[in-house]
Design a protein around this ligand. Structure first.
Ligand SMILES: Cc1ncc(COP(=O)(O)O)c(C=O)c1O
Length: 416
């Protein structure tokens, strides 16, 4: 039996720590109940790896936060990806950037013009849609297949081909592993996407922010690997933020299949004076250099958490289904079987479902917020066709997950 060093069951009090996830006002905004326990925004309730704390502490003890100069940033990232994904990008193809969304937005802005088509797999992490529309690009939704009977999402490659064939299409804004479904894609699937992209002259922007959190039972293949083999244009974007629970310190890395694109992106960042900060870079470097043991244990914890939720839902709340992820700490609950009952509850108790009180919510997030005291992202946040889902963030202590599931079970029981 392997011994563990880190205890992810230790309670961490995040109230009053400037956490958006634990702030009552945004909680109210997504579910109507400011007292609901937070299981939404995608960060975790775990303290960071000791190497990261120590590096930050050293910098703060120094007590000057002037302009920094860092060494070996790209090399550090490549050493990390070799360890984690058996992937060693060329140093010249690696560009350091602020947050992932900033990188994606700058890339979209640089590589396309107004009106150009951007394919986004749906359901989608909502900022993908907002970014596309905000930059006045044409959103081309690509619906993933979903089989209610097996609670599984799948890639509809025929639909992707159609989307790619539209004359305006320039970019596929991919997400691998996929948020919110937790899908990890096979080499075969990624290769088919890369071939379609190459043949239709579409650039793939692959957001791989959840890649380092792929479970021990699964395997992540960076898009760059297949893009280079197939000969399609791709930018593979990674970040230590989700991985090491340091999302408040923006830092990401873009890896280009085409060297000229890397230069173009670097120049664009310089033009806009974009760069990473001192503490965000200290944090990221410490994570990549010293966070691996913590991460390997965390992944084991998250995977067992997903198993626990799957069993609990199957045995105690069979009217819900858990779309079990293969990576990270978020998973959809399919609530189709209770939807009609919740709609009736909303008709009988409109005061609990008032959209003015919870403008960021939807029917189900309001139901679970008000009736269970649990705050989750409504499925409609990920696309209007996904209102039968809620997204549950289980990056937290087992005791909290148990408490949430017990409350959810009780609320569902009251519907019968
Ligand atoms: C798929 C995906 N991309 C990007 C982000 C945000 O990245 P950043 O905070 O680095 O902009 C998230 C956060 O949840 C995410 O899930």
């Amino acid at each position: 039996m392997s011994t563990t060093i880190f205890d992810f069951n230790l309670p961490v009090n995040r109230s009053g720590s400037l956490s958006v996830k634990w702030d009552k006002q945004p909680i109210k905004s997504i579910c109507g109940n400011p007292e609901a326990l937070p299981f939404w925004v995608a960060d975790m309730d775990f303290t960071i790896a000791p190497d990261i704390s120590e590096a930050l502490q050293d910098q703060v003890d120094h007590a000057v936060l002037g302009y920094p100069r860092f060494y070996n940033l790209q090399e550090t990232f490549c050493t990390w990806t070799k360890f984690r994904h058996h992937w060693e990008p060329k140093i010249e193809s690696v560009v350091i950037a602020p947050g992932m969304l900033t990188s994606l937005a700058v890339l979209m802005d640089e590589l396309t013009v107004e009106g150009d088509g951007v394919i986004v797999p749906m359901p989608a992490y909502q900022p993908f849609v907002r970014m596309t529309k905000g930059l006045k690009r044409t959103l081309i939704p690509w619906d993933l297949g979903y089989d209610h009977a097996t609670s599984r999402f799948s890639l509809d490659l025929e639909a992707l081909e159609q989307a790619m064939r539209q004359p305006s299409t320039r970019i596929l804004l991919f997400c691998s592993p996929h948020n919110p479904t937790g899908m990890v894609f096979s080499e075969e699937e990624l290769t088919k996407i890369a071939i379609l992209a190459r043949d239709n002259d579409v650039m793939v922007l692959s957001d791989e922010i959840h890649a380092d959190l792929v479970y021990h039972s699964a395997n992540h293949i960076p898009f760059d690997v297949v893009a280079r083999r197939v000969g399609c244009q791709a930018v593979t974007c990674m970040a230590p933020s989700k991985t090491f629970n340091i999302a408040g310190e923006h830092f990401s890395v873009a890896v280009f299949s085409d060297q000229r694109m890397a230069i173009r992106f670097s120049r664009r960042q310089q033009t806009l004076f974009l760069g990473t900060g001192l503490l965000s870079t200290v944090t990221a470097l410490a994570a990549y250099r010293g966070g691996h043991t913590w991460l390997m244990e965390l992944i084991g914890y998250l995977e067992s958490q997903a198993d626990f939720i799957e069993t609990f839902i199957r045995e105690r709340i069979p009217r819900l289904r858990f779309i079990k992820p293969q990576a990270s700490f978020i998973g959809f609950f399919d609530c189709s079987d209770i939807l009609a009952d919740v709609e009736r509850d909303a008709v009988d108790h409109p005061e609990l479902y008032n959209p003015h009180i919870s403008p960021e919510g939807g029917l189900l997030s309001r139901f679970f917020g008000q009736r269970a005291g649990i705050a989750m992202n409504d499925g409609s946040w990920f696309g209007e066709r996904y209102g039968q889902f809620v997204r549950f963030n289980f990056g937290t202590q087992r005791s909290r997950v148990e408490e949430a599931l017990r409350r959810i079970a009780k609320a569902v029981d009251t519907l019968i």
